[in-house]
Ligand binder design. Sequence first.
Ligand code: PRP
Ligand code: URA
Length: 210
Amino acid sequence: MAKQVVVVDHPLIQHKLTLMRQREQSTAGFRQLLREISLLLAYEVTRDLPLTTMEIKTPLQPMLAPVLAGKKLCFISILRAGNGLLDGMLDLCPSARVGHVGLYRDPETLAAVEYYFKVPQDLNERLVIVVDPMLATANSVNAALTRIKSAGAVNIKFVCLVAAPEGIATVSEAHPDVQVYTAAVDDCLNDHGYILPGLGDAGDRLYGTK
Ligand code: PRP
Ligand code: URA
C-alpha cells in the first residue's frame, strides 16, 4: 500500500459499510449510513489539525485551553455522490468553506467529463479536503485534483469510502502529494470500471436514480 494511503478500519465504519453494500439496502438507509460514516471519516482526516491555546474561565478557575489554530478548512465535493459525504463532514466542521466539482464518467471511455466548477478563492490558505465515496479508475479524482491545484490549492487530502487498488495506484502516481483516506480497499475493477465487490453506483444508490 502506498505510504500516502490511510485505511480507516474503525469497527463502526466497517459495520456501516457492510450495511451500505447490501443490494437490499434502501435509498434512505444508504444515505443515512453514508452520513454517519462521513462523521467518522471527518474525525480521522482532521486528526492533524494544529491547536493553539486560549484563556478561558471554567466555573472554578481560569485555564489555558486548546482550540483549533485557525487552519482554515475547505471541503470540495465531487458531484454527485461526493455530496453524500459532504453533509456529515459539515455537521462536524460547520464553518468550513465548500467547493463543488461536477464530473461524470463517460460510460464508454470512463474519462471524467467536467460540467461544473466552483471553489472558494483563497484555496491556497486552506486545508482542502476533497470528498467522493468511490475511487475506481481514479479518472474523476485525478481530474478534480488537477483542477483544484490550478485554482491554487497546495494542501490537499482526499477522502473516499471504497477504493480499488488500480485507482489507488493511479492517483498516488499522479498526485503523490495528496494523502488518501479510505474505509476499504476492494479487490479490483470489472470491465466497466466498477469496483468489485464494491457497492454499485454510489450516485444512483444515494439518490435512487436507478
Ligand atoms: C462515480 C463516483 C466517482 C467516480 C469514480 O461518479 O462518485 O466520482 O464514479 O470513478 P472513477 O474513479 O473511475 O473516475 P459518476 O461518474 O458515476 O457520477 P455521479 O456521482 O454523478 O453519479
Ligand atoms: N463509480 C461508482 O459509483 N461505483 C463504482 O464501482 C465505480 C465508479
